[in-house]
Design a protein around this ligand. Structure first.
Ligand code: IMP
Length: 199
């Protein structure tokens, strides 16, 4: 069977691995930007995760003429008015270590009780087709901000993201365990339903 080409707007190898695993049983062949020979860096100036994912997918689709996917994700902390939100990667500066960012968020929640430490990881995945059509979906993983960092797996804010039903942070889950419940895993699986529904 002739596979349909699909380019994922990321340079992140972990994201590529995850999306390939999820789309392995479809007739889509997923290429990274680099594999497809493109390297775009668009300004993410949207106001929501969905807008930013669409901006990236559309920009890559325009440049490549192929069907493209892009994602945008981040951490929303309820007590902090949903900060860092769409600014998660840029919070306290793009080059600041997550040790420092995570310590800062824990400090900002000092004295805040369990039931007010609610937070969620959000991921929007967008698709852009050469004919101008677009799709966007959202996946969410609910949790709470921990009192201290724990765990070595994952990346970013995982060491402070406590999952009450697992009794550990998302940095203490194995990659497979995390993919099964994560915002990104959920969003990519939802997008898979959309893609295969119309393929
Ligand atoms: P981006 O979608 O690659 O721009 O990522 C946004 C930022 O959100 C990341 O740099 C992390 O700070 C944070 N983030 C998104 N998903 C996760 C996750 O699964 N674990 C930890 N941090 C995450």
């Amino acid at each position: 069977m002739m596979k349909k080409k699909l380019i994922f707007a990321t340079g992140n190898q972990n994201k590529m691995k995850e999306i390939r695993m999820i789309l392995a049983d479809t007739d889509f062949e997923v290429l990274s930007m680099k594999e497809a020979g493109f390297d775009i860096d668009v300004e993410e100036n949207g106001k929501t995760f969905e807008e930013n994912a669409l901006i990236k997918a559309k920009a890559l689709c325009e440049v490549s003429g192929e069907m493209c996917l892009a994602d945008d994700s981040g951490l929303e902390i309820d007590k902090l008015n949903k900060e860092p939100g769409i600014y998660s990667a840029r919070y306290m500066g793009e080059d600041t270590s997550y040790r420092i960012k995570n310590a800062n968020l824990i400090k900002r929640l000092e004295g805040v009780p369990d039931d007010e430490r609610t937070a969620r990881f959000v991921c929007a995945v967008a698709a852009a087709y050469p004919d101008g059509r677009t799709e966007v979906v959202r996946g969410v993983m609910e949790g709470r901000i921990a009192y201290k960092e724990a765990g070595e797996n994952g990346f970013g804010y995982d060491p402070i993201f406590f999952l009450p039903e697992y009794g550990c942070t998302s940095a203490e889950l194995s990659p497979d365990e995390k993919n099964a419940i994560s915002h990104r895993g959920k969003a990519v699986r939802l997008m898979k339903e959309k893609l295969t529904g119309q393929s």
